[in-house]
Design a protein around this ligand. Structure first.
Ligand SMILES: NC(=O)c1ccc[n+]([C@@H]2O[C@H](COP(=O)([O-])OP(=O)(O)OC[C@H]3O[C@@H](n4cnc5c(N)ncnc54)[C@H](O)[C@@H]3O)[C@@H](O)[C@H]2O)c1
Length: 449
């Protein structure tokens, strides 16, 4: 894996806010953590236009360009990738849409520093490999920008705290781009939960089950994702399944993750795939993969709920995020979508019979921009709904749907699961990134815009 620049400790403590005023950021000790001003439901001044600097122009970053340009008020003013030809390809995308050329930052691993300091950038939209997510987001906020960052927002607990502390010190937004929270099914279930259809929520099940053996072995810039499988064993990519469940349950808004236990199966998938596709001397055949094929993590919340989260990216099986939520009056499960309700909760309502509920609980965001979302695309339209809603909030000075506490708390499940796995499945405490604010924050409403 390529060496990744990190924001130095001294630099992290020097916080440049807005016009460049310097304020002292607190140290990372517990006392100063308690002294910060929360950014829960942060409102920032409405922005007439949102000038975006896009970093990481691989598969995800290049896909974001047509989506962002389809949204009123958005300008892409800066582009950054370590590979110059990717910046050139992105400029072509702008040209095709008859948009002005963006400022280019390329040719070195650190070129993103320049983009973060660019005065014509308001928002840094970060689609780089995982190891760069926190360093770039922290730098962006220190430069007075809002940070929108791909999933997971952080890979270590220390990074999770860095995101929270920098957002609080700078009073900038730091939102993880958890697009699965904007799927038509997930938003419909959010509405069902808020309208009480399932009663009091008790248990959820989430997953990232996605056969990525070929992509990990052959794709991604400099094999960054395969390197994660070589080094780490745990629930490495929890937020796609977990984010929606956390929103249903009001995690960081009336409840919080308290502790977890985690176990991984043995590893076979990547080793067997390499054996059947590469000659004996290929480095991918000689590598040893730490990541067990299936990880199962169980989280208990402060209010006594439980959540199962699975991660399997190396087995031959169909895609699933499970997306199950069970309450005192019924249960919803996905893949395929089905509902069970009292007094007849022993059978699933699905297929044609489910349509009545899908119409009744259709989410206002999908009603409003669903057709456009399907046309513009991005995972069936949910990527567009996420971008559209986020830009709408920024332009109207409204709080974003996912706070920095969600970015940190949902991402933290990966390093915490690694810790539990390494200790034979021992319980591990989840830090309270909100420092108690979760107790007095109401659940996310059925958002609109
Ligand atoms: N939310 C989703 O549905 C979804 C889907 C796919 C990927 N992702 C996330 O998006 C991110 C990118 O994934 P991808 O599939 O596009 O990977 P990728 O390997 O295709 O792209 C990564 C890009 O980052 C660039 N890069 C690497 N180091 C850099 C540096 N120092 N400075 C600037 N650019 C640098 C690479 O050149 C490459 O263009 C990952 O975090 C991944 O988890 C999210």
């Amino acid at each position: 894996m390529s060496a990744t620049p990190v924001v130095g400790r001294r630099e992290f403590f020097r916080v440049a806010v807005g016009a460049g005023a310097l304020v002292a950021a607190a140290s990372q000790g517990a006392a100063s953590r308690a002294a910060r001003k929360t950014v829960m439901d942060l409102k920032t001044p409405p922005m007439e236009r949102v000038r975006i600097g896009l970093v990481g122009l691989g598969s995800r970053g290049s896909g974001a360009i047509p989506r962002l340009l389809a949204i009123e008020g958005v300008e892409i003013t800066a582009l950054c990738d370590v590979e110059p030809e990717r910046v050139a390809a992105a400029q072509k995308q702008l040209e095709t849409k008859q948009r002005p050329k963006a400022k280019e930052y390329t040719g070195s691993e650190e070129a993103w520093h320049g983009l973060c300091g660019d005065p014509n950038v308001d928002v840094v939209y970060n689609c780089t490999p995982w190891r760069l997510h926190t360093p770039i987001s922290v730098r962006a906020m220190l430069e007075g920008k809002h940070a929108l960052v791909e999933v997971p927002a952080a890979v270590t607990l220390e990074e999770c705290w860095q995101l929270v502390e920098t957002a609080e010190a700078t009073q900038r937004h730091c939102m993880m781009l958890e697009n699965c929270c904007y799927g038509p099914t997930e938003l419909m279930v959010l509405r069902m939960c808020r309208e009480g259809l399932l009663g009091e929520l008790i248990h959820g099940e989430a997953a990232y089950i996605h056969d990525l053996r070929a992509s990990k072995m052959q794709g991604y810039h400099r094999f960054w994702r395969l390197q994660e499988s070589i080094r780490r064993n745990g629930n490495l990519y929890p937020t796609h399944g977990l984010g929606p469940i956390a929103q249903y349950m009001g995690i960081h808004r009336g409840d919080r993750f308290e502790r977890l236990v985690s176990m991984s199966s043995m590893e076979r998938g990547l080793t067997l795939w390499a054996e059947s596709h590469f000659p004996p001397d290929d480095w991918r055949r000689r590598s040893r993969y730490a990541l067990g094929d299936m990880n199962t993590t169980i989280i208990r919340t402060a209010r006594g709920r439980t959540i199962m989260v699975q991660h399997d990216t190396t087995s031959p099986r169909p895609y699933s995020r499970i997306n199950l939520i069970s309450g005192t009056k019924g249960c919803f499960a996905d893949y395929p979508p089905r509902l069970a309700l009292e007094p007849d909760a022993h059978r699933w309502i699905q297929g044609e019979a489910l349509k009545e509920y899908q119409t009744k609980y259709a989410h206002p965001l999908w009603v409003r921009v669903g057709e456009e979302a399907k046309r513009v695309g991005g995972h069936g339209g949910m990527d567009f709904v996420m971008d559209w809603r986020t830009i709408w909030c920024l332009r109207n000075g409204e709080p974003l749907d996912q706070s920095v506490y969600d970015a940190a708390g949902w991402s933290a499940i990966a390093p915490l699961s690694e810790r539990s796995v390494a200790r034979g499945g021992e319980p591990v405490e989840v830090p309270d990134f909100t420092r108690g604010v979760w107790e007095r924050t109401p659940p996310l409403p059925i958002v609109g815009g």
